[in-house]
Design a binder for this molecule. Structure first.
Ligand code: BTN
Length: 239
């Protein structure tokens, strides 16, 4: 595996994009000890002190634009499976990709398409896991936690990264073989709020309904009144 490692970067996603534009191969992995301007979904910032796992992978899979959100769901499942296998930690997934432990966010995923997906087929898959630092180092507006807080000890970041990448590869192979159902069922087993009343924020609008599941392209299915509406991850936030 090709790894690009830095002590500090603005964002591993930005570095991975730059390398992708220069022709980086599928699977190239960018890691940084710290990010100065880590980014989250929906233009949020992502706090990235030393001790966290800040990683972006250049993916040139045999898939299309419609599959981009499935790949981010695959990354959620890969991280959840890793934490289950290594530490028997039960992690829930808040749609689309917030990884949550007892109501507190532990990890997040940011997928970004580079250039014309249909011609170059590149997705930058950014994964951030709060690992070896106390939660006091985060000034988030949302409740967050770290593996150090949960487990009470520090863990080897290289081992964690390797295991996540191994699980991710398995999920991607499944997707390339068009076995989305397997991934969907793994994702659904961990989903938080499934079958319950939820609120979706779209800009200033609030849409209420029942969270029915995810569609074939990874969008959220909401039942309101007696119709079903789907929302893609790019446009909305789940409350
Ligand atoms: C979110 O939950 O909003 C997504 C957070 C994604 C954070 C990771 S850390 C590595 C990569 N580089 C970034 O700038 N963001 C992602």
């Amino acid at each position: 595996r090709v790894v690009d490692f830095s002590d500090e970067l603005s964002s591993t996603n930005d570095r991975a994009k730059e390398l992708a534009r220069q022709g980086a191969i599928h699977g190239l992995t960018v890691l940084a000890c710290r990010q100065q301007a880590g980014r989250g979904r929906l233009q949020r910032q992502w706090e990235s002190p030393a001790g966290g796992l800040w990683m972006s992978v250049v993916l040139r899979p045999n898939l299309s634009l419609a599959d981009a959100s499935k790949i981010t769901l695959a990354a959620s499942v890969a991280i959840v499976d890793t934490l289950q296998e290594l530490f028997e930690l039960p992690i829930g997934i808040k749609w689309p990709n917030d990884l949550v432990h007892k109501g507190q966010k532990l990890a997040g995923i940011l997928g970004e398409v580079v250039g014309e997906w249909n011609t170059v087929q590149t997705l930058i898959l950014g994964m951030g896991v709060n690992v070896n630092f106390p939660r006091e180092q985060l000034n988030n507006t949302f409740p967050a936690t770290t593996l150090q807080e949960i487990l009470g000890f520090d863990i080897d970041l290289n081992l964690l990264a390797a295991k996540i990448l191994e699980n991710l590869e398995k999920e991607l192979i499944c997707l390339e073989e068009k076995k989305f159902d397997e991934l969907k069922s793994k994702w659904t087993k961990r989903a938080i709020g499934l079958g319950e009343g939820v609120r979706i924020l779209r800009g200033e609008d609030v849409i209420e309904g029942t969270f029915k599941g995810i569609s074939i392209d990874g969008a959220l299915i909401l039942e309101t009144g007696n119709k079903e509406i789907t929302f893609s991850a790019g446009e909305v936030k789940l409350r």
